[in-house]
Design a protein around this ligand. Structure first.
Ligand code: ATP
Ligand code: MG
Length: 401
């Protein structure tokens, strides 16, 4: 096992466009790191540079203590687990797992010992004589991992291994991979554009946008302290609400009325003019079901649609936004790959709420959970840097376009 250090990694393809642009990520031995971001942001390119399937334009790739930029893939001792698992259909599970050892000319006793050990860990003992075609998707995935385990690889690399599976199986496989990674303690890098996988699997998550690392942090940190509009909009479902916000002292005027923020937050946004407020759906509640002692602000608004899900409900409240804010939100929508951000507020309500469509309802909001973003750069001005992981300076530069 080994640590993986990426230092200022750049990848330019033939046309000179930096598909990966100055990315630095330190992955500890045994750590599980997710690379996430919309299509084309450079996730696969970065992963392929770790394995050695793609040349590195500049920067250093260090695995363990060794710089591997010029090493061939087979000399890096990493195991890539592909989406289609690439199992040999005519070989038994046993021989599929044994394959890399046979290739290396290992003795039969060594092969047998290693295959049996891997099969025990992966709970494949009763399937060893079967052919891959007779296995479930989950079992096949384990066979593919078995092949990686017997090689004693320094790290596992996954590129969207679950994207072909249906939602239910994907959920099962997700917990399977998490369980095995914990058990084996193998350094793992996992590419996905699914934010649920990103949130549930990784020790830390690297969010990429057009080749640039935006933020590298634990799922909790990303969720609670996104560094900019992009990360805030990408992480969380339903997504964070973005609203025009006018700040005057500790008073923030939103489309629905005014709320109060702390003096400390007010100081950080003083004199900034028009901002974008970010509030997650669950920071809201039906005012009539909130304990009167709880701190927060309330406002009245007309609810257009209510989706009741039993334990919770979502109310939709349309609002108007000025052109500056509209423009930034439309750009964000494009950056997020078409994830539609309508100018409507999505308010999470308790399942017991009686708010119905067409009501003018009283809504409560926990303003301590509100972020304020600079509309020109997208930067989160109210970020708590102690709980935000790593934010490269470049992530906060204004993006062209
Ligand atoms: N062989 C190549 N030649 C030229 N450009 C490439 C090549 N491979 C990838 N790119 C470009 O590099 C950028 C990053 O591609 P990459 O495949 O790493 O994205 P990704 O984040 O894995 O996306 P997806 O989620 O769609 O798999 C894209 O703009 C892509 O068009
Ligand atoms: Mg990809």
């Amino acid at each position: 096992m080994a640590s993986i250090q990426m230092k200022n990694i750049v990848k330019k393809y033939g046309d000179g466009f930096p598909a990966v642009n100055d990315v630095s990520i330190d992955i500890a031995d045994g750590e599980f790191v997710i690379l996430v971001g919309p299509s084309g942001c450079g996730k696969s390119t970065l992963l392929r540079m770790i394995v050695g399937l793609e040349d590195i334009t500049s920067g250093d790739m260090v695995i363990g203590e060794k710089r591997v930029n010029d090493l061939a893939p087979r000399d890096r001792n990493l195991a890539m687990v592909f989406q289609n698992y690439a199992l040999y259909p005519h070989l038994s599970v046993y021989e599929n797992i044994a394959f890399p050892l046979r290739l290396a000319g290992a003795k039969d006793e060594e092969v047998d010992a290693k295959v049996r050990e891997a099969s025990k860990t992966l709970e494949l003992d009763e399937h060893l004589e079967r052919k891959p075609a007779n296995l479930s998707g989950g079992q096949r995935q384990r066979v593919a991992m078995g092949r990686a385990i017997v090689r004693d690889a320094d790290a596992f690399l996954f590129d969207e291994p679950l994207s072909n599976l249906d939602a239910k199986l994907r959920g099962q496989m997700r917990s399977e991979i998490a369980r095995l990674q914990k058990k084996l303690g193998i350094t793992t890098v996992y590419v996905t554009h699914d934010q649920t996988e990103a949130m549930t699997l990784g020790d830390r998550v690297a969010v990429l946008k057009r080749g640039l690392l935006q933020q590298l942090a634990s799922p909790r940190e990303l969720y609670g302290n996104p560094c900019n509009l992009f990360v805030a909009g990408f992480i969380g479902s339903p997504p964070m609400n973005f609203l025009p916000a006018e700040v005057d002292g500790t008073t923030v005027t939103l489309p629905f009325g005014s709320v109060q923020i702390s003096a400390e937050k007010a100081e950080r946004v003083a004199g900034k003019g028009l901002l974008i407020a970010g509030i997650r759906p669950e920071a809201f509640e039906d005012a009539s079901v909130v304990d009167s002692g709880r701190e927060g602000s309330t406002f009245r608004a007309t609810v257009e649609v209510v989706e009741w899900l039993g334990n919770e409900a979502y109310a939709y409240i349309p609002f108007e936004a000025p052109p500056e804010v509209q423009q930034q939100l439309q750009q964000l929508e494009r950056d997020l790959d078409g994830e539609s951000l309508r100018t409507q507020l999505v308010v999470g309500l308790d399942g017991s709420s009686r708010i119905a469509e067409g009501d003018e309802a009283e809504i409560w909001v926990d303003t301590s959970k509100m972020h304020l973003f600079d509309p020109s750069t997208g930067e989160n001005l109210t970020i708590d840097h102690d709980h935000a992981g790593e934010v490269p300076v470049r992530a906060l530069e204004p993006t062209p376009g």
